[in-house]
Design a protein around this ligand. Structure first.
Ligand code: ZN
Length: 290
């Protein structure tokens, strides 16, 4: 069978490594790494996240995530109320609830069968996937998409839809796992981070920047900032650590963190420690539309 062409620049790729029955390919032109899987294989996995994934999210989402999302929502809204926010891949709505607290009008999008029950519970509007939602152009002040683009079979088309839906001067905030992270470079991690075909896109800081340089995208944006952040494998460390703490620590209270000095310090350590040499767990991109 013919190997899949690069979903970013459409050049041929060569085998980079095998994970289970799938190959990861590396584009010969732009070095982007992607799974050799069809759109159908990718969507089959990603559109059917059942209750196991729902429970998994509840388990791995720690008070660090809540603090992290609080920080994101604070820095993106900058005290303004009434902003229209769309979170793509909103899952159980952890990020949207932070935006709701800041007086935003919130919308989510997620193909998981259980996404609707969270939208109803927390009172934000659930939209169809952005490719099919028929959204009015230039509508949202902010679009966030955290840990989602690695699941999307056609990242260029997806990004074009996002850019079209955001207002002129509006913000797109995006995070993906970092394929250039320390544990992946040392080949210590498979599982959660290198998991085709569910994860079909494997960005490094370089290939993520290159995504925003593609025709039809770069003309529409005025500013892009990309860098790595996050202590590598923080969730593994946290899960090990949280086993040492009585389970009562995981209640609804964890969604209302008191912004104490130590928690602020913790989240700053988490954020900045992934910065040196681009080896952090995650990549973030902040994009401003022209
Ligand atoms: Zn390419």
């Amino acid at each position: 069978m013919m190997m899949k062409k690069c979903p970013v620049c459409n050049s041929p790729g060569e085998k980079e490594r095998q994970v289970g029955k799938y190959y990861l390919l590396k584009c010969r032109l732009c070095s982007f790494v992607y799974a050799d899987a069809t759109d159908e294989q990718i969507e089959q996995v990603n559109f059917n996240f059942g209750d196991l994934v729902k429970c998994h999210y509840r388990e791995v989402q720690s008070s660090i995530d809540v603090l992290w999302f609080e920080r994101i929502s604070r820095s993106l809204t900058q005290g303004k109320e009434g902003l229209k926010v769309l979170d793509i891949g909103c899952g159980n709505g952890v990020l949207l609830r932070q935006f709701q607290k800041r007086g935003c009008v919130c919308f989510g999008s997620d193909p998981s069968p259980w996404a609707r029950e969270y939208a109803q519970q927390y009172g934000y509007t659930l939209l169809p996937r952005i490719e099919e939602a028929g959204l009015a152009p230039n509508y949202f002040d902010i679009i966030t998409t955290t840990s989602t683009l690695e699941h999307v079979a056609r990242p260029i088309e997806h990004l074009k839809h996002i850019i079209a839906a955001v207002k002129e001067g509006g913000i797109i905030y995006l995070t993906v796992p970092n394929y250039g992270s320390l544990p992946i470079c040392l080949r210590l991690v498979k599982g959660r981070l290198v998991d085709p075909p569910g994860h079909c896109n494997y960005f490094t800081a370089k290939t993520l920047r290159n995504l925003f340089m593609q025709k039809g995208i770069k003309e529409k944006i005025s500013h892009v900032r990309v860098h790595s952040y996050g202590i590598p494998e923080i969730h593994a460390v946290y899960r090990w650590f949280s086993k040492k703490i009585p389970p009562t620590a995981h209640t609804n209270q964890s969604h209302k963190p008191k912004r104490t000095f130590s928690k602020k310090a913790l989240i700053n350590i988490y954020y900045w420690s992934g910065m040196p040499f681009g080896l952090g767990d995650k990549l973030e991109a902040l994009i401003v539309k022209k």
